[in-house]
Ligand binder design. Structure first.
Ligand code: UT7
Length: 315
């Protein structure tokens, strides 16, 4: 599988730590030192569907490949604007395609899962080119009265077009059940069913548990794909990790004993954008011409489930 193009889209509105500290009992100092975040983009006038379509269109333009060649559209979104049709179906319509479409949900690990499905479709001969779009609006499911979670997130969409060719990709995916990170949904009113107790419909997170799980699982996943590919940690040009906390990135980097430039990040101005964080970072780096043909990349993400996954691929 080979990456043929990238695209991304973020909302116009920028919410800084200082602005947050006027809304609640927090500070730029606390947020920066605990997470690395300085500001994030937040949906105000746009919808997440707008961002997803924009990222998809930019990706197709950047790849210079006609939409008629897209064989499959895979989207990852935790809470879409529409219950049905799927976000992938909406993007399909906006691009003027008629290919199969499917939405997935593997929480913040979604991009790695979607790439694994895309790689499998390509290997099975069912598709030659697959458009993968990850779009997330976590700012719509965090509790804005809870400083522990709402300061961490931003909204964004990232897209990649993948196709046949290139070297073998290596994946490691797993799920270790835990309730350290959950978000419940209120039942839609029905004469036959109602929630038995009051539902708190916002993200609930035991931050320290998630931090430990993230570092442990990401490190194990990275080791696994690097070993399977028969390369060394220093053969990898960039480790593109889910942008959840710069301290998580640092902990993994220290375990691997690698230089800072191997672990690029944009969390400082984007916040945690869930499954969109890796394709967003990848597109921003691509736009800055950071990748060269043949670079070895390792992608690694983790999130609710507790899902985690890594992928080693060549640019
Ligand atoms: O993509 C989803 C995956 N999610 C993650 O990867 C998140 C992983 N976890 C983390 O990144 C960190 O655990 C957090 C950034 C969420 C929290 O950092 P921490 O160092 O684990 O802090 P803590 O939760 O232990 O809280 C320390 C203190 C507490 O006060 P006391 O009890 O020590 O008096 C909190 O009440 O910091 C307080 N606190 C805040 N203070 C100012 C919590 N949130 C804030 C805040 N501003 N926004």
């Amino acid at each position: 599988m080979k990456i043929l193009g990238t695209g991304s889209s973020v909302p116009q509105y920028e919410l800084t730590n200082d602005m947050l500290s006027e809304m609640m009992d927090t500070s730029d100092e606390w947020i920066r030192t605990r997470t690395g975040i300085r500001s994030r983009r937040i949906l105000t006038t746009e919808t997440i569907t707008d961002l997803a379509v924009d990222a998809a269109k930019k990706c197709i333009t950047q790849s210079n490949i006609p939409t008629s060649e897209i064989d499959y559209i895979l989207c990852h979104i935790i809470i879409p604007d529409m219950t049905t049709p799927s976000l992938a179906s909406i993007i399909n319509k906006e691009l003027g395609c008629t290919c199969p479409t499917l939405d997935l949900n593997a929480a913040c690990t979604g991009f790695i899962y979607a790439l694994d499905v895309a790689d499998s479709l390509i290997k099975a001969g069912k598709a030659k080119k697959v458009l993968v779009v990850c779009a997330e609006k976590p700012t719509h499911f965090v509790d804005w009265n809870k400083r522990e979670t709402c300061v961490l997130f931003g909204d964004a969409a990232g897209a990649v077009l993948v196709g046949q060719g290139g070297d073998e990709c290596y994946f490691k995916l797993s799920t270790h059940p835990t309730d350290a990170l959950t978000c419940k949904r209120i039942a839609t009113p029905s004469p036959f069913y109602h929630d038995k107790e009051e539902v708190y419909p916002y993200l609930e997170m035991r931050g320290r548990d998630v931090f430990r799980l993230a570092v442990h699982n990401s490190f194990e996943d990275i080791k696994s794909v690097v070993n399977e590919a028969g390369v060394t940690f220093s053969d990898v040009k960039y480790y593109l990790l889910h942008q959840a906390n710069v301290r998580i990135l640092e902990a993994i980097r220290n375990e691997l004993n690698l230089q800072e430039e191997c672990f690029p990040h944009n969390i400082e101005c984007r916040g945690n954008t869930s499954s969109a964080s890796i394709p967003l970072l990848m597109d921003e780096m691509n736009q800055s011409n950071k990748f060269s043909e043949g670079d070895t990349l390792v992608l690694s993400a983790f999130g609710a489930g507790f899902t985690s996954g890594a992928c080693l691929l060549k640019w």
